[in-house]
Design a protein around this ligand. Structure first.
Ligand SMILES: [Zn+2]
Length: 550
């Protein structure tokens, strides 16, 4: 197979990978397939936005080359579809056009191959993900979650101490497998687990340390959340969960974008702005016990001088070029400054608070460090678990289906435009041909005819693509979403540069705080947020997944 490549660099892309990097991806891919890249057929546009198709000489040259006969290449390799066009309709049209010319298009990073029937839908899905995920999805999902709360149904993963009961849709409709369609799931108290929760609060209020509670629970063989052994992080989170006092809370944080940038700012909202719903039937901990436990917690906090969370958590910093995976995505939970490799050199680099290590203990008391290798693995595992939650798949699927339906609605308009343009191109071609028949054949005229023929062929290609029904292809979405999330979850196999680009896309950020328990070696605890955790979080925008690091 002879391959051509197209690469485009622009800082407006979420994945702003260099042209060299994109071409390296293509070369590696071609090599794996045993194909050759024709160096004369590498088309690039540098520093050009994909917002419009005009003014992109590389893309124009590519289309012109693909229109030639005999075909100069069989396959076009592109890093991902956003390189071709940011606009979904454009990306699909160009792929259809190339397909019509007989060129197979492969978007390597997205595993999309135009030889596959679902390719078009997948491009659309990716386009939707790129354009909407970051801006719109969080809002939509937040709305969706609020709606579910208002109806008293479960959102996100189930909290220890409760269970869900399926509530059939009042319409009595059945799904294709004959099961009743669900209106949602209702939460109720799980008496066995509730007794364990009460016991934990009692022990804590009576003065037991968290580690002591953990060992008692595990010694008694009481199963923890999701049947796992109890860990200190789990107990700590549990003691803070206001659901146990019968309050459902969501919308604790807002995600804003710094104007003119893609930098995300996570703000903790004042408590008056939270959505709080009283649900006395879900109360497991009576108010007096809750108060006693919280009072004890305040004492512990004061003893170790742990400052409560700051109001403003900055998104990411510029440490983009460090080879360490999470450098640039970690913040110190004590001083709010960056956490990056501070010690250990090449042999065994360790993450720590930069402020503390540069400016001393007085600047920041957080002196703990952790081996980068160990932290990276832990943090990735935490992210991975979040991404693969069924709720994530469901929300993304629904949002994508809605967007695709919008595109389908646009098709008659696009078709009418393409038909008009084709008519015009044929008319011009006929005029040119008439001129040649009249005897005025010049090289310029022949060139003009060739160009018009190219136009006609391209438009015919577009129209043939538009004739395909897209509707039935919607069925591929859930599988795709799942595969996509698994791909993101499988980040470890990627190079750090690409992985970090993906982190930026997902708005990954972690706060790393020291935890000191009585009679125990202090350790670092990381709490992370991503736009995805926002999507699937149990309690609206507020939940973070705590991944203890030792
Ligand atoms: Zn610090």
């Amino acid at each position: 197979m002879r391959c051509a490549c197209y690469a485009r660099y622009s800082s407006d892309l979420q994945r702003a990978t260099s042209i060299e990097d994109q071409l390296r991806v293509a070369r590696t891919y071609a090599k794996q397939q045993g194909w050759t890249i024709d160096e004369a057929r590498i088309f690039t546009d540098a520093g050009i936005s994909a917002a419009s198709m005009e003014g992109r000489p590389g893309l124009q040259a590519l289309l012109a080359a693909a229109a030639q006969r005999p075909l100069p290449f069989e396959v076009l390799l592109v890093d991902d579809s956003s390189r071709i066009a940011r606009d979904i309709a454009d990306a699909i049209r160009i792929m259809q056009t190339l397909k019509f010319f007989g060129v197979r298009v492969i978007y390597i990073s997205q595993h999309i191959d135009s030889a596959n029937e679902a390719a078009e839908t997948l491009v659309a899905v990716h386009g939707v993900v790129d354009s909407l995920y970051l801006r719109e999805m969080a809002k939509k999902v937040r709305r969706g979650l609020s709606g579910q709360h208002a109806r008293g149904f479960a959102t996100g993963s189930i909290t220890f101490g409760y269970r869900t009961v399926a509530v059939p849709d009042p319409s009595g409709k059945l799904d294709p497998n004959g099961h009743p369609i669900l209106a949602g799931k209702r939460v109720e108290v799980n008496p066995t687990e509730a007794a364990v929760v009460r016991q934990i609060f009692e022990w804590y209020a009576a003065g037991s340390g968290i580690e002591r509670i953990v060992s008692r629970l595990n010694a008694e063989g009481a199963p923890g959340p999701r049947g796992r052994r109890w860990r200190s992080g789990t107990v700590r989170t549990l003691l803070l969960n206001e659901k146990y006092r019968g309050l459902l809370i969501w919308g604790r944080q807002s995600v804003d974008r710094r104007p003119g940038t893609r930098q995300r700012i996570l703000r903790t909202l004042p408590r008056e702005q939270w959505h709080v719903q009283e649900r006395p039937e879900l109360r497991i901990i009576p108010d007096d016990l809750w108060e006693r436990a919280q009072a004890r917690r305040q004492d512990v906090r004061r003893a170790f001088d742990l400052k409560p969370g700051r109001n403003l958590v900055r998104g990411k910093n510029a440490a983009l070029h460090s080879p360490h995976l999470f450098s640039g995505f970690l913040r110190c939970g004590v001083c709010g400054g960056a956490v990056a490799v501070v010690t250990g050199g090449h042999g065994s680099p360790r993450y720590g608070c930069i402020t503390s290590w540069r400016n001393g203990r007085n600047a920041c008391s957080n002196r703990l460090t952790i081996r980068a290798k160990i932290a990276d693995a832990h943090l990735l595992a935490g992210l991975r678990a979040e991404l693969l939650q069924p709720q994530t798949v469901q929300y993304v699927t629904d949002a994508l289906a809605a967007e695709l339906n919008k595109i389908i609605d646009e098709r008659p308009k696009i078709r009418a435009r393409a038909e008009q343009a084709l008519k015009e191109a044929r008319r011009r071609l006929a005029n040119l041909v008439a001129a040649v028949e009249d005897g005025s054949s010049t090289p310029a005229l022949v060139e003009a005819i060739r160009a018009r023929e190219g136009d006609v062929r391209r438009l015919e290609g577009e129209l043939s693509g538009l004739a395909d029904p897209v509707e039935r292809k919607l069925a591929v979405i859930p599988t795709w979403v799942r595969q996509q999330l698994e791909d993101v979850a499988g980040l470890l196999s990627e190079t750090p540069e690409r992985t970090k680009a993906e982190f930026r896309r997902l708005g990954v950020s972690f706060r790393v705080s020291p935890v000191q328990n009585e009679g125990e070696r202090p350790f670092l605890r990381a709490e992370g947020t991503t736009d995805l955790s926002v999507l699937l979080a149990g309690e609206g925008l507020s939940t973070t997944d705590a991944t203890p690091l030792r």
